[in-house]
Write a protein that binds this ligand. Structure first.
Ligand code: ATP
Length: 603
């Protein structure tokens, strides 16, 4: 086996895994000009620092000289030392200012990349707990680690230049000094890298637990669960669960911190003792020799400074090592790729039937099918209803119709063409859906409705028409800023709506677009009986040329559908018009009777 080849390969692999090259090219791509400025300033800073060191030596030599020499040169030397020192301080400040700008830009760029990557990912990733772990780590690392990697790269560069610059002075005093200094700090570096590694492994191990604690914290502090937590007095239970997790996480963290502190104490203690030993040895040796006072002063300044630079170099290298590992977690997220679309062709705006043929579907991490052998047709312009018991598979069917998932077997056609062959985002414009758990955007009414299709030219009339069709116009007109009213309670000027009003806004959103199919998944569950009847009474004229798929447990709204499919236990068990299904006296008839009796009782 060729050993040099193995070594070469490993080195490359380590560099690849640390993503240093990626981070450097990212830094460069954000602003090449800024990168050049930052590097130039670092070089200038070093030159000024070296100049000030040299002038210090000259000053001490002049001060130790004869009075005649002193008067001649002292003034010039003091002025020069002052100018160089001021220049050094100024350059240092400017340099750190530009480094900060660059780091902020790199962070912003990476943050944008993370967010734009996430929104492109397929919905199926949200089935995967590993994805949530990677996402959490990437988002946490994205906050400051790229900044840290970049600034540490510069710090290493700076310290390296500094140590190379003063190295020759040390070597001129005694060649052994430089390797000795390196020897002192190597255990510190090794210790820090070992503990960086342990910290990183602990972080990876505890991500899922941190997420769980984060989830409990959001339940305890967030708005969504606030009502129930109080109504069921769940606060103490949740708090104790949360505290146990946090205590466990903190105790592991503190255990590691203790070991790390002991290690630091030992390695820096040994290094500092050795450093002082060498300093004493050299000073006594030099004093007995012929060195100038300037040389001794220079040694006394340079040697401790070199030790500090070495320590700082070691610190930067270990932080760089640690942070590149965290940055690698961001690149880990980028490995989750959206599914490559077979066809990227746009979708012509034409009318067509939706047809589902023998579809089977199982969720990515599920053991059982959610849908089995489903065949169903939604002809253009017709209202189709799907009814069934809880867990029958109705919402899963909708997810397939929205192309959020693909069937494992069977096909879905729109306008005679398999929807697999349509570009997903273009295809989704053909479908407007009101989910059971629709989103309440804490934004203006106008934005809430426009989200139905942001590509459409903004038209006040269109927004109002959608609101009218959803039965939302009358209450919107009474809001303080009408369509410009911010909804929800999150923001100061926000105006909270009732559940039914929110649902009407979600329905308006679905009406707003130019889609061919409207899907209502329990979309009217919060509407009062009058509002629901009003919506469905002239539903056909409201949907216009479009088709509609309505899922509802209130069968009185379903009976107006042109055709009804009944689902039970993942399958379609009956289909027909309301009258046909009632005549069959099967599942639908019994569901209808129960629903009818309940509606009479609750009316
Ligand atoms: N994300 C998921 N991962 C795994 N299984 C799921 C997921 N969502 C739903 N299921 C399962 O798929 C089956 C069908 O669920 P679905 O939500 O489609 O039912 P539904 O008919 O809409 O029920 P409901 O009337 O209660 O809304 C259920 O057994 C459910 O447990």
């Amino acid at each position: 086996m060729n050993l040099s080849k193995v070594k070469k390969y490993n080195w490359k692999k380590v560099l690849q895994e640390l993503h240093i090259k990626d981070t450097i090219s990212l830094t460069w791509s954000v602003s090449p000009r800024l990168t050049i400025i930052v590097i130039s300033l670092l070089l200038l800073e070093n030159i000024a620092w070296l100049g000030s060191m040299y002038m210090l030596k000259e000053l001490v030599n002049i001060a130790a000289g004869t009075p005649a020499e002193q008067t001649e040169n002292l003034r010039t030397a003091v002025i020069l030392t002052g100018v160089i020192s001021i220049a050094y301080a100024c350059i240092k400040s400017i340099s750190s200012y530009y480094s900060e700008i660059q780091a902020a830009k790199v962070n912003h760029c990476l943050d944008q990349k993370i967010h734009s990557h996430i929104v492109k990912l397929d919905y199926r990733f949200y089935e995967n707990p590993e994805y949530f772990d990677v996402l959490k780590r990437a988002r946490e690392a994205g906050i400051d680690k790229p900044f840290s990697v970049v600034s540490n790269l510069f710090a290493i560069l700076k310290n390296f230049i500094m140590i190379s610059s003063v190295g020759y002075i040390l070597i001129s005093i005694d060649w052994i000094l430089l390797p000795l200094l390196a020897l002192f700090v190597i255990p510190i570096l090794v210790g820090r890298i070992i503990f960086s590694d342990r910290g990183f492994q602990l972080y990876l191990k505890n991500t899922a637990m941190e997420r769980e604690a984060g989830y409990l914290s959001s339940l305890l502090t967030g708005e969504q669960a606030a009502k129930e937590i109080r109504a069921f007095s769940l606060g103490n239970f949740m708090l104790s669960k949360y505290s146990k997790l946090r205590e466990h996480l903190i105790s592991e963290q503190l255990g590691l911190s203790k070991q790390r502190a002991l290690n630091e104490l030992l390695t820096t203690g040994v290094a500092t003792t050795a450093f002082f030993g060498v300093t004493a040895y050299i000073v006594f040796g030099t004093l007995s020799g012929n060195s100038s006072v300037g040389d001794i002063a220079l040694f006394l300044v340079i040697f401790p400074q070199s030790f500090m630079i070495m320590q700082s170099l070691v610190g930067s290298i270990s932080i760089l090592y640690r942070d590149t590992r965290y940055v690698a977690l961001i690149f880990e997220l980028f490995k989750f790729r959206p599914k490559i679309e077979k066809s990227t062709s746009g979708l012509p705006m034409f009318n067509g039937d939706f047809e589902i043929q023998n579809v089977f579907f199982k969720y990515p991490n599920a053991e059982e099918n959610a849908l089995e052998n489903i065949s169903l047709c939604i002809p253009q312009g017709k209202i189709i209803a799907v009814v069934g018991t809880n867990g029958a598979g109705k919402t899963s069917l909708i997810k397939l119709l929205c192309k959020l998932y693909e069937p494992d077997n069977g096909n879905i056609f729109f306008g005679g063409r398999n929807i697999k062959n349509y570009n997903s985002s273009n295809f989704r414009k053909q479908v407007s859906v009101v989910f059971q758990d629709f989103v309440k955007y804490n934004l203006t009414v106008r934005e809430n409705i426009r989200f139905g299709d942001l590509d459409l030219q903004v038209s006040e009339e269109r927004i109002k028409e959608a609101a009218r069709n959803a039965g939302a116009e009358s209450f919107i007109e009474k809001l303080p800023q009408k369509y410009d009213t911010v909804l929800g309670r999150i923001f100061n000027e926000g105006h909270e709506l009732s559940e039914g009003q929110w649902q009407k806004i979600a329905i308006a959103r679905a009406f707003y677009g130019n889609s061919n199919l409207l899907i209502f998944d329990e979309a009217t569950s919060a509407l009062d009986a009058i509002a629901e009847t009003e919506l469905f009474n002239n539903f056909r004229s409201r949907i216009g040329r479009r088709s509609a798929l309505v899922i509802s447990h209130r069968l009185s709204t379903i009976k107006q559908a042109d055709y009804i499919y009944v689902m039970s236990d993942k399958k379609i068990v009956e289909s027909g018009t309301h009258e046909e299904l009632i005549c069959c006296n099967g599942t639908y008839a019994s569901l209808y009777k129960k629903s009818y009796n309940e509606e009479i009782l609750t009316a």
